[in-house]
Design a protein around this ligand. Sequence first.
Ligand code: ADP
Length: 256
Amino acid sequence: RAAEPKGPQKIPGIDRILAVASGKGGVGKSTVSANLACALAQQGRRVGLLDADVYGPSQPRMLGVSGRPASPDGKTILPMRNHGVTMMSIGLMTNEDQAVVWRGPMLMGALQQMMTQVQWGALDVLIVDLPPGTGDVQMTLAQKAQVDGAIIVSTPQDVALLDARKGIDMFNQLKVPIIGMIENMSTHICTNCGHEEHVFGHGGVAAEAAKMGVPLLAEVPLDLQIRLASDGGAPITVSQPDSAQAASFQAIARQL
Ligand code: ADP
């Protein structure tokens, strides 16, 4: 009997795994994950999106995917596909309005199942939308799979930044390289009068990134179109690919 593999492993067929993380919930981590995945697909990359946000899986809605994934052989699971992105979400295995009250070992089992039993096929990049914070799922992912980089999403608010810093510290400990930080909800431009307002402050993430010695990848505005697009199941990079809002995601995708 073969010995259990030790340490982080490559998932067969998957070239690179990139994690999108945040210290706090609601800062736009899933929005960033969905838009980066769609932008990568548009740039001709074979891309997968694993929605590991066990407490609030939002990728089925954001990518416009529903229904239960099929398992023709009863062992492996066929992923879903939309907008050129191959995807799997914990949300497709539970009812949408059902609270996930799993304990650590169950979470880890579900994550491992999504990594190893889903027929991802050949992928250039697998984006993993992590739950917020520094918990079991993050640890399990980094210990079981070879994660090539992490992107940290934060709003400019002090409370969000404080938690983002903990996230960076965790990835440093797990020896996962930080690709950079994204300031989301950076500024708001009034659709009526064009007045620019910094609802959550501005520049906090740039300052934090400089302090931590990691790149600032983008400052994404708080924008109604971004929210409407995600809620409608076609992220802004898909529904309005030529917009200024889509451009910042496309620019990050080109660097990945
Ligand atoms: P998280 O994954 O960090 O919990 P989400 O990506 O689910 O955050 O975003 C929370 C809510 O904020 C969603 O309704 C989303 O559409 C909205 N949102 C995220 N980023 C933006 C943005 N830049 N502009 C407008 N709405 C946004």
